[in-house]
Design a protein. Structure first.
Length: 461
């Protein structure tokens, strides 16, 4: 299998030649344990076995044919009796779940949790794989980043002009081991130095989530560490707290990203009341789709924002859906349709054949961006007033948008509320925001080894 790993590591440049492929890593592990098994490819089925052998060779004896009889669980689960040579990626979802359930049947000493109820916590490993970024980080008890690595997939999805779940899952599978290993090496820690393993288990793409959750379960068993689950959306808001020395709570929280646009009232990092969210497209999704209409590449959001800076923001009177409604829901599908009509007219849908003047493109982008941000600002200001709150926090990928940040700062100055927006490097998906797991650990909130993913976006998350 070719090594297609690509990514950016804060504090270091990470290239293909710096990080071993999953195959070479697997082969090295097997050779080091004197096992003659040919690894043709690596899938979710093989991942737990490889990771256990990497960090704790004694946990699983599945690669030793003589010892298979001592593992009746394997036979009952319907797995092959001979050492596996290849696991079919097409059976990715069902095989991962079967192995995850199987691990919960294996009798291992339960890690002690008593010490975690105090303020003294050793570093934790956090894993993020909800969409198209594979990320891992080692976080100290005060939220400091000791090591982290992010592998992006933009190049893989560019030709599709959007994230393809199957492609994303396969890429996560290839990169999860090198990413985790890089974060741990950068932090200069060993498994013994870690207190727990945290993983985002909701919401997100099913295949992507499974890679991270199965990896976390495997390492938790191998290292005998407790598991902590992370809500991806709540973690986006917690990224704001990581950038502040004082508490930002209570506050109104706005999440604005490619998959989510939601408002919350937050009394603590873990106590959030859902106020409202999008009923169709998320704001970031609308940005990407407008970028696709204008042939600006993928992801479209940054390209739209860059071009918007050159256009007239009042060139088109695009709609502000639900902006006068008393509730806090959002809708961006109508705005997206209005942009399409502005580009093609009502009767045409073939964007590829259009040759749009650069000035018109810039004006469309500027007017579209202005409409989106206007809705977000108005709804957020109304939520602050309704809750008699003087603190607003904003997280998510779209929070990195320069025009959005400027408009919210203007609103904060005008209305007199405090504003905290996540740093740009923590707006997009990352594992550092998984530091919210520290808050759960202090409450004694740990996950069992039979945890499953919760991929679908449900209103109220």
């Amino acid at each position: 299998m070719a090594n297609t790993f690509s990514g950016v590591e804060f504090g270091a440049n990470l290239t293909n030649k710096d990080v071993p492929s999953t195959d070479s890593l697997a082969t090295k592990l097997l050779d080091s344990t004197s096992l003659s098994v040919r690894i043709a490819t690596v899938s979710a089925g093989a991942l737990p076995f490889l990771m256990c052998h990497q960090y704790h060779p004694g946990v699983l004896a599945y690669f030793e044919p003589r010892n298979v009889a001592t593992w009746p669980q394997l036979s009952k689960a319907g797995l092959p009796h001979d050492p596996p040579e290849i696991y079919d990626l097409d059976r990715f979802l069902c095989q991962s779940r079967r192995l995850a359930r199987l691990f919960t049947q294996i009798s291992l000493p339960s890690p002690s949790r008593g010490g975690f109820l105090t303020d003294s916590i050793l570093p934790i490993l956090t894993i993020e794989s909800t969409c198209d970024e594979t990320a891992a980080a080692v976080i100290s008890d005060d939220g400091a980043v000791m090591g982290q690595c992010i592998a992006t997939q933009e190049a893989l999805h560019e030709r599709f002009r959007g994230v393809v779940p199957e492609v994303a899952a396969r890429a996560h599978l290839e990169r999860i081991l090198p990413v985790i290993d890089t974060a741990i090496r950068q932090a200069e820690v060993s498994p013994d130095d870690l207190d727990a393993i945290a993983v985002a288990d909701r919401p997100g793409l099913a295949g992507s989530l499974l890679v991270g959750v199965v990896a976390a379960k495997t390492l938790a068993i191998a290292w005998q560490k407790p598991l902590v689950t992370v809500n991806h959306l709540h973690a986006h808001l917690y990224a704001c707290q990581l950038s502040c020395e004082s508490s930002v709570y209570p506050c109104v929280g706005l999440i604005v990203s490619g998959g989510h646009t939601s408002l919350y009232y937050c009394t603590s990092p873990l106590d959030l009341e859902y106020l409202g969210g999008t009923i169709d497209d998320a704001a970031g999704e609308a940005f990407d789709k407008v970028g696709a209409m204008l042939s600006l590449g993928f992801p479209g959001g940054p390209a739209v924002s860059k071009l918007a800076a050159e256009g007239k923001r009042d060139a088109y009177a695009f709609p502000r859906s639900m902006v006068h409604e008393k509730h806090f829901d959002f809708s961006f599908s109508g705005l997206k349709t209005a942009v399409r009509y502005a580009i093609t007219g009502p009767g045409q849908q073939d964007f590829a054949s259009l040759k749009i003047d650069p000035t018109i493109k810039a004006d469309v982008c500027a007017s579209f961006e202005t409409a989106v941000v206007d809705v977000l600002v108005r709804k957020s200001r109304r939520a602050l007033k309704m809750r008699h709150c003087k603190q607003l926090i904003i997280g998510g990928g779209v929070a990195a948008n320069g025009y959005l940040r400027d408009q919210f700062h203007n609103a904060a100055e005008k209305d007199g509320f405090a504003l905290t927006i996540a740093p740009p490097e923590l707006c997009t998906d990352n594992a550092v925001m998984g530091a919210i797991a520290l808050e759960k650990m202090r409450r004694g909130d740990f996950a069992s080894f039979d945890l499953d993913i919760t991929p679908g976006l449900q209103r109220g998350f």
